[in-house]
Design a protein around this ligand. Structure first.
Ligand SMILES: [Fe+2]
Length: 373
């Protein structure tokens, strides 16, 4: 079978199917040796449907009629066009994208392919290179502790961002209810605010979410069956009503991306966010319980096996919580700084630091936002 895309797809001019297949092929990585095949079906052009076959690289093959595959993905032409042009910003969770695609069979393979379509902007690539150089010059891989700064000024915060130096900010002005937060207090104060939207018809208010969480707390995680939805808001938009108490500090609201809420109960031995890095300076405000972050400086990039294809954040193949040094031998040399964040503390994390996050207890609540500059 030929895998030269020009032999498979019409490419005289613009063909989004060709562009899409090319993104899949050039962004594909498979360090874990996953095997399988995915049929990509285009309802408007069934004759241009194709098969993506997993190997060390991805083989794109024309699709024979009735050929069986492990996974079938049907993508309308309009969505394919959007993916083929918007790969730098594409978010698969966008209902306008995910809501138009149908899947059958092994979803793991489809998931893996979806990631191969993403690409960083030139700005992000240049930023990560610059930050890597800065961290090397500053020797950040040898840092053993993150400094705590009590009541810093805006200027001090800017200096830390400039130096790319993570910092825990303490002594924050307590928010209006004295900073001593509990689930009951959240339910009482923001009862009707919507904190979780799971579909067009499933919206949960703070009061409903807290009730679910309190009921859940009676049953330990071990008793849960596979496939249940964990009571965790996973970075949902912070409701407007909560901005005053937990909204961005030190700069104006417009200087930040919309805050995200991380509230609920999660297992303490599985990261709430697996190893990745962000191209913007992040702030993480701890509200209830403790979180631990393991930070790796950007100059250790080659030791952590970051994905080649990514866009708004860069995940790593290496998973420190289940380290496989056979597959990722360089990772044994990686050094991290562990930071424990207590309620009322704010972690300033300049762009480019690799990190993974654990909730150390439950219920746990944090609010995060990114500085736009
Ligand atoms: Fe992050």
């Amino acid at each position: 079978m030929s895998d030269n895309l020009s032999n498979i797809f019409f490419n005289g001019g613009k063909n989004p199917i060709y562009d899409f297949a090319n993104l899949l092929k050039t962004g594909f990585q498979n360090p874990e040796g996953i095997t399988g095949s995915v049929k990509v079906h285009i309802p408007e052009h069934p004759d241009q449907s194709f098969i993506a076959r997993y190997s060390d690289e991805l083989h794109i093959e024309p699709c024979e009629a009735l050929q069986e595959t492990d996974t079938l993905v049907s993508i309308p032409m309009a969505t394919m066009e959007r993916i083929a042009t918007d790969f730098e910003f594409l978010d698969w969770r966008d209902p306008e994208i995910i809501g138009t695609i149908t899947f059958e069979g092994n979803l793991n393979l489809a998931n893996h392919l979806a990631k191969s379509c993403q690409r960083p902007t030139d700005v992000t690539t240049a930023l990560f290179q610059r930050v890597g150089k800065l961290h090397r010059e500053k020797g950040y891989s040898n840092l053993t502790e993150v400094e705590r700064l009590n009541c810093p000024t805006q200027m001090q915060v800017l200096e830390r961002i400039e130096a790319g130096c993570p910092t825990i900010i303490t002594g924050l002005e307590p928010s209006s209810s004295s900073g001593n937060w509990s689930l009951d207090k959240l339910a009482e104060r923001y009862g009707v605010a919507v904190v979780r939207v799971r579909s067009a018809t499933q919206r949960q208010t703070m009061r409903e979410f807290v009730e679910e969480l309190q009921a859940f707390e009676q049953n330990p995680y071990e008793e849960m069956v596979e496939g249940f939805v964990k009571p965790y808001t996973e970075g949902a938009s912070l409701p407007e009503a909560m901005w005053a108490d937990f909204g961005p500090l030190f700069f104006d609201r417009e200087d930040f991306t919309p805050p995200q809420l991380w509230l609920g109960s999660v297992p303490t031995n599985i990261p709430t966010s697996s190893l990745h890095r962000d191209p913007q300076t992040g702030f993480l405000l701890q509200v209830m319980g403790q979180k631990r972050l393991d930070l790796y400086s950007a100059d250790q990039e080659a030791l952590l096996y970051p994905h080649k294809a990514y866009n708004n954040y860069q995940p790593c193949w290496f998973k420190p919580e289940v380290p496989d040094y056979g597959l990722y031998p360089e990772a044994e040399k990686a050094k991290c700084i562990s930071v424990t964040l207590n309620p009322g503390e704010l972690l300033l994390q300049p762009a480019g630091w690799f990190h993974q996050v654990y909730a150390l207890d439950s219920p746990n609540m944090s609010v995060s936002y990114f500085w736009r500059y």
